[in-house]
Structure formats: C-alpha cells, structure tokens
Design a protein around this ligand. Structure first.
Ligand SMILES: Nc1nc2c(c(=O)[nH]1)N[C@H]1C(S)=C(S)[C@@H](COP(=O)(O)OP(=O)(O)OC[C@H]3O[C@@H](n4cnc5c(=O)[nH]c(N)nc54)[C@H](O)[C@@H]3O)O[C@H]1N2
Ligand SMILES: Nc1nc2c(c(=O)[nH]1)N[C@H]1C(S)=C(S)[C@@H](COP(=O)(O)OP(=O)(O)OC[C@H]3O[C@@H](n4cnc5c(=O)[nH]c(N)nc54)[C@H](O)[C@@H]3O)O[C@H]1N2
Ligand code: SF4
Ligand SMILES: [Mo]
Length: 876
C-alpha cells in the first residue's frame, strides 16, 4: 500500500526470457500502471518498449469469456466433461499415444507441471511437446551433450563483468532489450567490446565493434576455426581439459572444416579469433540464429567447445550464454515439458529416473520412450495417428513451419481443444472446444528466466467472465478423467511445493536442478517469494556451474564434440534463388495477440515486410514500397518490399508476427519447410528458400477508420491506432465502384461522404463523416499510396474537413513514422530537431524530445539516425 491506499504488487513481465520484474498498480479504471521493479535482479527497474506498454494490452474487448463447444457458449461442466470423455474414450480405443498436448514456454511452471504430470504420469504417453521445441530444443540438446544436463552455467552479472560479449544469432537489442542495455552500460563503464555474428545487419550492430555477416548456417565452421586458432595460439587451458573428453577429436574435425564457407574474409575471421582469444572474460550469447537450424545442436556445441577448451565457463564474466525466448522457457525445461524429458532434468529413458518419478506421483502408467516432437506431432495429427489434441497457450497454425499444412492438420483432427485468452487467433478458430484462460495479471505462479532466477507472477486483476488459470483447467480435466487424488490442487502454491519436493529426488540422482529448499514453503511464503536463482538446496543457492570442472555425465566429465559444418537443408536453386531468414521486430510479440492491442507498439512497424538487397531489388525492378509475392515449395506470401543493404545479396528477411487476423498474406511460416535438426528436432525456421517477384497490383490503398474494417483483397494488413485502425490494402483486380467498395469495407452504408474519384487515372479518395467528425477514409492509387499516414491516423473521431487531401494543413508538420513508442516521437520530428538544434548524441535527443529516455529500446535506431545525419552519403 502507498500513502493513497492504492496497493502495489510485484510481478514479472510476461514477454521475453529476460524476466524483468514489474510493479503493478491498479489505475482505478480496470487497468494497470506498470513500471520496472528497481529491486528485481534481472532489470533493476528498467523495462523495454513491450514491458512499458503492458498496460495498453489488458483490454477485455477481445477476450474469450466462456467455454465454447463448436462455437456455442457452454458452462465449464459441459466443456470439461466433453474434453475428459473424448480423451478417455480415444485412449481406451486407440491407446495413450493417440492423444497429445501441445503447450508453451509461456505457461507458468505450475501450469506446465500439471500438464506434464497428466500426460506422462497418468495418460501414460510422452506426447507432450511445446513451442520450446521451435525455440530452445537445440540448446537443450547441446547442453546435455556437453554437460550431461541442460544447465545454463552463468548469470546476467557475467554480462556486466565481461570484457567481450559475442552475440551469435541474437538480435539482443530488439529481443532482449533490457539485457542489451545492460551490455551497453558495461561498455560505457569498462569498455566491453561487442561482436555480432549474424548474416543480417541488425539494431544490435549499432553498438557493436565488429559485425561478422557470415553466410546463413555457417556458424559451426566459424567456431571450428576459432577452436583451431585457440589450439595454435596456445589459448587452451590444459588443466581444465583434464576434466573434459573429446578435445583431440573436436580439434581434428575443426581442422577438416573449411572456414571459407562462412563467406567471411580471412582478415575478418582472424580479427574475431584474436579478439576472442585475447579476452579471458568473454561471454558468447546465442539465440535463434543458432538454435533454429538443421545443425542447431552442433552450432551450440561448436560454441561450447571453445568455452570448454579455454576453461572460460562458469567464471565471473566468462561463459556461453543461451538467452531464452519465452518468459518460462527455462521453467518448461525444468518441469520436463519436452517430449524427450521427464521432470526436473531427469531422463525419460532412464529406468531408475522413471521409477522414482512414478513412485513420487503414484502414477499408474509411465511411458518408456520419448514422445512425438512438435513437427512429428503435427504430422501425426495430419495423418490421423493423433486423434485428440489439446493446444495450450500457443498459436501453431501461425508459428509452426509449413503452417498451412499444420492449419489443415488441426482442422482435420477428430477432436481439438484450444485454451487461449481470445477466440480470435488462427488456431482458436479451428478448435472444437475453446477454453477461456485467465491471462497474465489474473493468475499466479512462477517463471524461470534465462539466468535460472525463479520469480513470481502475481494476480492483481479478476479474471473476466468465466476464465480460469491454466493449471486449474488442466487439474480439473485430470480429475474428470478419474485421477482425483493426483490432481486435487486448490492453489498454485500446492503444486509448487510438490514440484520442489520432486526436484529433491533429482538432486538425489545428482542432477543440477534441485529446488528442494522450497519444498515446505507455506502459502504466505510462496506469496512473498522474492526472485531466487536455482539450485536452491540446504547446501547451495544460485551461483555458477562448471568452473570446478565437475559435470553431470555419469563419469563427472565434460565433453567436447567433433563437429563439421552442414549447410542448411533447403538448397537455393534457380526456381528458389533466395534464402529466407525470419525473426522478430522490436515492438511485437510473436503472433501479436497481445502487443497488437497497443497502438503505440503497432506504430513502429505497421505491416509485414521483406527486406531485400538493393542489387536484388534492381534485378527484379522493385521500387521502394512495392509489394512482392514470395513463393517457396511450401507456400506463398505477399509482403511489402523494404530495399536495404542490411541483408546480403541473395538473402531476404521477413518477420514472423503477422497472422490471419492481422495480415493473412503475411503468415511467413506458410513458406518455411518442416525440416528439423536431427539431434534436437528443432525446425530450421531461418533458412527456407524462396522466389521473389513483384506483385502485379491493380491498385494500392491506405485506410484509416474509427471502427473496424473488413478487407477483401489480395493484400491487407491492419494495425491499431489511438483512434481505431489503419490498413494497407492492395488488389490484383480493378474495382469498378470505389464508393460502394469503401462503404462495404468500413461497414458504413449510409454515412455522408466526400470523394474524389478519377477512374481513368485509377485514383480514389473517400472520406466518411458523421456531423463533421471523420469516421473513415480510403486513399487508392495505381502505385503505393503517397499520403501522410502518421498524420491521417490521428484524424478518425475528430473534425477533419481536409482529410481527403491526405496531408496536414500547411502549418502542421508531419511527425513521420513513430520511432520512440514510449513517447510517440516520429522520425521527422527527430530529424528536424537534430538539424535545427544541432543535436549530436542520443542523450541530447532525449533531453530535447524525451525520445529514448524511458525504455531505451529505440536508442540503437536514434544512434543510426544521428550517424545518417552525420554522413549523408551513407544513407540509402
Ligand atoms: N520484440 C520481441 N522480442 C522477443 C520476442 C518477440 O516476439 N518480439 N520473442 C522472444 C522469443 S520466444 C525468442 S526465442 C527470442 C529470439 O531472439 P533472437 O534469437 O535474438 O531473435 P530472432 O530475430 O528470431 O533471430 C536472431 C537473429 O538470428 C539471425 N540469423 C539467422 N540465420 C542465422 C545463422 O545462420 N547464423 C547466425 N549467427 N545468425 C542467424 C537473424 O538474422 C536474426 O537477426 O526473442 C524473444 N524476445
Ligand atoms: N518463421 C519463424 N517461425 C517461428 C519463429 C521464428 O523465428 N521464425 N520462432 C519460433 C519461436 S522461438 C517461438 S517461441 C514460437 C512462438 O509462437 P507461438 O507460441 O505460437 O506464439 P504466441 O503468439 O506467443 O502464442 C501464444 C498464444 O497464447 C495465448 N495466451 C496468452 N496468454 C495466455 C494464457 O495465460 N493462457 C493461455 N492458455 N493462452 C494464452 C495468446 O493469445 C496466443 O494465442 O514461434 C516459433 N515460430
Ligand atoms: S526485456 Fe522487455 S519484454 Fe523482456 S522481460 Fe524485460 S520488459 Fe519484458
Ligand atoms: Mo522463442
């Protein structure tokens, strides 16, 4: 409670694996004020743009409020009886392996624990897999091969203490912004060097000393070369290597690899190796450019090899560091949410581990082999081997590779249950039964971030309608399936205690994951639990692993692996000449079900795009703003071309975020082949092949509206604005009557209209009014529409007699696209201030305009604007 009697609650941000602490304070209008928690060790008060905008995303308008069976609202009893009956019947008729759960690294640990216990212990199948298969599986496999368990050796403090931070396949500036700010702070303080290893130039390169734009998929060759240099330069740690097997074989394989496949010059590679070898305190941060690859586990081990060879692991400021994507990716790995794990880092294929867990759970049945991994699981759904499927907290119809096939598989499945917070997702639309889940801020539990810190999420808002927490829905189904005692949970604290007790058994087997010190936590202590880093036993809390040369293989030794470069599976060919890289943008989270509710987050990049090199664009006769058709052997997309030398010639990059709800032709996973790493089963999301052609558009349109809109054309993308929606549109067939079409689009059959229509030139401009207030406006042209979008989005709902001109009155400047989402500062405003006020630094821009002073996520882009102003010839 503060002085005014308003209570504040500490919780954790529901987005990325940095796991920032937040302080939540009800705003009195059903929403929340959200600020960074100065006492949380992950962020010390900082938040990025997404965390800062959490308050904007709590809108209840689109929430799923009641269970539905075949689209009809029903009560919980009907819905859950049906789920329990269908699963029980299917198991009775076709065996336990005919059903599956597909879950998420965004579930809380308590949710995840119950799901895993129900499937592995009581249904008796290991067919539970998670979207972490698309995310962290290669790291899990790499860690297990090298260390004997899935252990993250270091902690965030290592980023503060390092002299060199190497970002491999990580766009830390946009995907783990608070960690990137931490690295930049260390750089300001101690001169930390930063290297980025990424085929693409990203925002993370802006603060970097070196960017190695290697060929897609060639990381193993690069780190093999580093291993050779470590050997030849005498930088290996002989004493440490006494505890590690495989150095000679790894070195021999490394010698056999050819570093030229990286496409980097000898000088670049030599400079990188020198830098790496010169700095004992080196942290190699890696993420999806490493994991999402058909050689993902090998890439992980190639990095681990170099750290093991030099003994630079588990020491302050030194170690390999897998940064996790989702808020509870780590928790999911710990509870055993992957089809090839058991629980608490125990192995499903180890009989004594299995027996111990079975006895602890008093489980009737335990699978003896691994279950189906995500890609195989959806193939089994597609060919009818899986007959009942429960999808929880994830949107596979968008995010799985070969997404159109996955969508068809789900819709063809005999019985699909989807638990979500909204019915408006590509996956939820396919469900037979939809279950309303309580969302972040409405439910309680724990999550584990990238550096093994367990933090509480706490409920501060009532769940709307009939929504219930995921653990509660799962446990209820468990009870209805006949497992009363095992799923008789009343509160998440009970689940957590049981889980902590189980981890003690893992500790007994000598596994790393042991939080048994928390097994007797009473309810008030659980409520108050402050962030703690595991392991948490009577003997030990937190700290680092492996500096002492003690590993978790049965012989206690670490392992280096012999590795050879393998190119991505899909090969470029004349028909598919481009390499399609995919990933994230700064202000959207995955399939956008939450972040797209925020107008300020939607302003940064409002439509799906394809980055293409100027040389390739010229060969395809592309102009800036053209739409392109992108085709792969799996599927098609239409995206906005952004011509940029950030990507290499022959490579293109597209974001993963757009969906059937926001831009149906932008579902990029429709193009990605379902190719996986043979070791980890993780899909190769970053290296499909594709063809690119200019879309033969008959017309292009731009619309703003205070209401909703119902586009029906080849390309559309809509985004929230403070006053409603904005949309980009394009069609491949001419429209005869633009007024009729616009009235249909906006659902305004009668509204008063102003219009300028020039059919001969293909131009139409229409503005609809209600007593002088603008309701909606549409601008159509035969080429990409040139209107001042950032001005137009402010007009709906206001008196705007001149809207149809598409431009502000002469005395009102156009702010340009929003760069700083926290303070809604546009590019033009910043450029003007740089010029007229002579601003020379990001700090000066902040002092003048506020931009970049809150979350700091846009600081790399501000730096780039400054650099561009300083050297105009460098601008594209
Ligand atoms: N804003 C935002 N932040 C997020 C998320 C989000 O949706 N939005 N999602 C969270 C989640 S779940 C995850 S997993 C993380 C992901 O975080 P990151 O892994 O940092 O993000 P990505 O953009 O997927 O990919 C990182 C980079 O890998 C590069 N890359 C592609 N191929 C290769 C290659 O062969 N070698 C190398 N070295 N690099 C390559 C890409 O060009 C890209 O810049 O982000 C988390 N944070
Ligand atoms: N091409 C390509 N594809 C990729 C990637 C890539 O880089 N490139 N990255 C992959 C990676 S790393 C990841 S992690 C995945 C992410 O992909 P997904 O997991 O499919 O994406 P999300 O949008 O996070 O889906 C979360 C869903 O849970 C719902 N939800 C929110 N809160 C709750 C809740 O409390 N309970 C329940 N039951 N539901 C809730 C949301 O509305 C949403 O529908 O995408 C993968 N796919
Ligand atoms: S870095 Fe941003 S998205 Fe990630 S946990 Fe922190 S505030 Fe949330
Ligand atoms: Mo992820």
């Amino acid at each position: 409670m503060d002085g005014a009697g308003v209570s504040e609650t500490r919780s954790t941000c529901p987005y990325c694996g940095v796991g920032c602490g937040v302080i939540l304070r009800p705003d009195g209008a059903g929403g929340l004020d959200v600020r960074g928690d100065p006492d949380h060790p992950a962020n010390r008060g900082r938040l990025c743009s997404k965390g800062s905008a959490l308050g904007d995303t709590l809108d209840r308008a689109g929430r799923l409020l009641a269970p539905r069976i075949s689209g009809q609202e029903v009560g919980w009893d009907s819905a859950l009886d049906l789920v329990a009956k269908k699963f029980s019947d299917t198991i009775a008729r076709h065996g336990p392996d005919s059903v599956a759960f597909y879950v998420s690294g965004q579930l809380l640990t308590e949710d995840y624990y119950v799901a895993n216990k129900l499937m592995k212990g009581f249904i008796g199948s290991a067919n539970i897999d998670t979207n972490s298969r698309l995310c962290m599986a290669s790291t899990v496999a790499g860690h297990k091969r090298a260390f004997g368990t899935d252990t993250v050796p270091g902690s965030y403090e290592d980023l503060d203490a390092a002299d060199l931070v190497v970002l491999v396949g990580s766009n830390l500036a946009w995907c783990h912004p608070v960690l990137y700010q931490r690295v930049l702070a260390a750089r300001a303080k101690r001169g930390t060097k930063i290297v980025v290893v990424d085929p693409r130039r990203t925002a993370s390169c802006d603060g970097a000393d070196m960017h190695l734009a290697l060929a897609s998929g060639s990381d193993v060759a690069l780190f093999n070369r580093l291993l050779v240099e470590i050997y030849e330069g005498g930088a290996f740690d002989k004493a440490y290597l006494r505890n590690v097997d495989g150095f000679d074989a790894a070195l021999e394989a490394a010698y056999a690899d050819d570093p030229t496949v990286t496409g980097l010059s000898e000088a670049e590679i030599a400079a990188f190796c020198q830098l790496w070898m010169r700095h004992d305190k080196v942290v190699t941060v890696f993420s999806q450019g490493v994991n999402q690859s058909s050689s993902g586990a090998d890439k992980v081990n190639a990095i681990l090899n170099c750290h093991l060879a030099t003994g630079r692991i588990g020491k302050p400021g030194a170690g390999p560091f897998s940064v996790t994507g989702q808020p509870n990716a780590m928790g999911g790995r710990e509870v055993g949410g992957l089809a090839n794990m058991l629980a608490c880092h125990l192995d499903i294929e180890n009989p004594s581990h299995r027996t111990a867990v079975r006895e602890f759970w008093q489980a009737p049945a335990m699978p003896e082999t691994q279950g189906l991994k995500a890609v195989d699981m959806f193939q089994a759904v597609g060919d009818g081997r899986i007959k009942a499927l429960w999808i929880i907290h994830t949107n596979p119809a968008v995010s799985m590779p070969d997404a159109d096939a996955v969508r068809d598989a789900i819709s063809g499945c005999d019985f699909t249950v989807v638990s979500d917070i909204t019915a408006e997702t590509d996956t939820a639309r396919l469900a037979d039964v939809l279950l309303p889940a309580a969302a972040w801020a409405e439910k309680s539990g724990t999550v584990t971030n990238s550096d093994r810190t367990i933090s509480r999420q706490r409920s501060v808002l009532p769940a709307p309608g009939q929504a219930r927490p995921d653990w509660d829905i799962l446990a209820d189904v468990g009870r209805r399936m006949g497992f009363r005692a095992a799923f008789d949970y009343q509160a998440p604290a009970e689940i957590f205690r049981e889980y902590a007790a189980l981890s003690g058994i893992a500790g007994y087997f000598g596994r790393d994951f042991d939080i048994s010190a928390l097994r007797d936590l009473d309810d008030p202590d659980y409520d108050m639990l402050a962030p703690r880093r595991w392991p948490l036993t009577e003997a030990r809390e937190g700290g680092r692993f492996f500096a002492d040369g003690q590993f978790f293989h049965p012989d206690g030794r670490g392992r280096m692996l012999p590795l050879r470069h393998r190119a991505p599976e899909a090969k470029r060919a004349p028909r598919y000449p481009f390499r399609l890289n995919t990933g994230r943008i700064r202000d959207q989270w995955h399939t956008m079900t939450r972040t797209a509710l925020s107008p300020r987050l939607s302003a940064h990049l409002a439509e799906p795009f394809l980055d293409i090199h100027p040389g390739d664009a010229a060969a395809l006769a592309l102009e800036p703003g053209d739409l392109v058709q992108v085709q792969s052997p799996q599927g098609n997309a239409i995206l906005r071309a952004r011509i940029s030398s950030d990507v290499q010639q022959g490579d293109v990059f597209a974001p993963m975020h757009w969906t059937g709800e926001t831009a149906p032709s932008g579902r990029i996973d429709a193009l990605v082949a379902p190719v996986v790493d043979p070791v980890s089963g993780q899909p190769e999301s970053k290296a499909a092949v594709c063809a690119v052609t200019k879309l033969a558009a008959a017309w292009y349109g731009f619309a703003v509206t205070a209401g909703d809109l119902a586009p029906d054309c080849a390309y559309w993308a809509r985004a929230r604005t403070p006053s409603g929606y904005r949309a980009e549109l394009a069609g491949t067939t001419p429209v005869a009557d633009w007024e009729a079409e616009a009235r249909r689009l906006f659902g305004l059959p009668e509204a008063e209209v102003q219009s300028v229509i020039d059919s001969a030139r293909g131009i139409a401009r229409l503005a609809f009014y209600d007593e002088g207030r603008l309701l909606a406006a549409l601008f159509v042209a035969p080429e990409p529409v040139a209107v001042l979008r950032d001005y137009l989005v402010t007009l709906p709902g206001a008196e705007a007699p001149q809207a149809i001109t598409g431009a502000p009155p002469a005395d009102q400047p156009d702010p340009g696209p929003v760069l700083c989402s926290c303070f809604s500062v546009g590019v033009n405003t910043i450029l003007t201030a740089i010029e007229t006020e002579g601003l020379m630094s990001v700090e000066a821009i902040g002092a003048a305009l506020g931009a970049g002073t809150n979350c700091g996520s846009c600081r790399p882009e501000l730096a780039e604007l400054l650099a561009r102003c300083a050297t105009p010839e460098a601008a594209e």
